[in-house]
Design a protein around this ligand. Structure first.
Ligand code: NAP
Length: 310
């Protein structure tokens, strides 16, 4: 039987995804009709980007699931017209990209690479950085991305602590959870990486109070979402020396406004939301697998809990 799949994203998304999705649907053994437009009442699955024009799901009476192309769901999770299952993107290509980006930025801080890269005077000043095992890195968020990045950091040798909402058991990682866990984690976070989702419960996870718990001069890397950090508190902590440096990939407003203090701050590196991109070929395989599951009556993978917001 033909499965009707609506692709609801911007035109450039269609250009990127059309061929990989057709290939993945066929590889999953599905006879699929894939299009950017079809009568709402005929749609079985909606492959979706939250910046799509589609915001009212009520006409899609037959649809079985909305399959998000993005890992972050904060722009769709509260949509009250959406009553069918919503799956977020877990893409092996995206995960690999995030692991590489996080590892690179952690190593930058750990090895003090800026000392040599930004030196302007002919100063010969050898130094010996500590070994990774002597460096405590804290991963705030131990989901698909955080746990993969934490695992890579343990392989390099770092002393890694992970923090999540629920208890976890990850080999080689000290796993903490809940409010007390956050305090204990931050108390030893020489480098903190934020890979939490943007939900009401995670907003301002790093604020004046929690930043003060970190060792003086600690570094922050945020590839998660902008609202995880109270920006004014971070700027104050950078200016006081409590925080040594921050690498920020995501912001409350994107693109980051040109007059935002982060751009010119000497202790901030701004990257333009590039930590990890969804890769069309691997992401298409994830989407096709969820459609195959839906058709086989199996549980969908990576379902979003609307109550928790992620
Ligand atoms: P995920 O699998 O849903 O993992 C989220 C993690 O955060 C889980 O470990 C979860 O705990 C934890 N968490 C959620 N709420 C919490 C709370 N209130 N207190 C403590 N921990 C909490 O998400 P993911 O796929 O790893 O992605 C994480 C985020 O990365 C996305 O939401 C997105 O915003 C961001 N992202 C950024 C980029 C980029 O290019 N910058 C690319 C992709 C994704 P439990 O394990 O207990 O549920």
């Amino acid at each position: 039987m033909t499965v009707n799949v609506l692709f609801a994203a911007k035109q450039e998304g269609w250009e990127t995804y059309e061929q990989p999705l057709r290939k993945a649907l066929s590889a999953a053994g599905l006879d699929a009709r894939l299009a950017t437009d079809m009568p709402a009442a005929e749609v079985d699955y909606i492959v979706y980007a939250p910046n799509s024009d589609l915001q009212d799901f009520t006409p899609y009476t037959r649809a079985k699931a909305v399959l998000n192309l993005w890992a972050g769901v904060e722009r769709i999770v509260g949509n009250e017209t959406l009553e069918i299952p919503l799956a977020r993107m877990v893409d092996p290509g995206l995960t690999k990209g995030m692991v590489e980006w996080v590892s690179g930025h952690v190593l930058r801080y750990h090895l003090g690479l800026d000392t040599d890269i930004t030196r302007t005077d002919p100063r010969w000043a050898p130094r010996t950085p500590p070994l990774a095992e002597e460096r405590s890195v804290v991963m705030l968020g131990m989901g698909a991305l955080g746990s993969a990045a934490a695992e890579m950091l343990t392989r390099i040798g770092f002393d890694v602590t992970g923090w999540s909402r629920s208890p976890k058991d990850v080999p080689g990682v000290t796993c903490l959870h809940g409010e007390d866990g956050l305090q204990d984690a931050l108390a030893k976070a020489e480098i903190a990486v934020l890979l939490l989702p943007d939900t009401p419960a995670t907003e301002n996870t790093l604020n004046a109070e929690t930043l003060a718990l970190m060792p003086r001069g600690a570094c922050i890397i945020n590839p998660g979402r902008g609202p995880l950090i109270d920006d004014d508190a971070l700027l104050a902590a950078l200016d006081s020396g409590q925080i040594g440096h921050a690498t920020l990939d995501v912001f409350r407003t994107e693109p980051l406004p040109q007059d935002h203090p982060y751009w010119a701050h000497p202790k901030v590196t701004v990257t333009p939301h590039i930590a990890a991109a969804t890769r069309a070929s691997t992401a298409s395989a994830s989407i096709a697998e969820n459609i195959r599951r839906g058709e086989a009556g199996e549980d969908f993978l990576n379902l979003v809990d609307r109550g928790l917001g992620y």
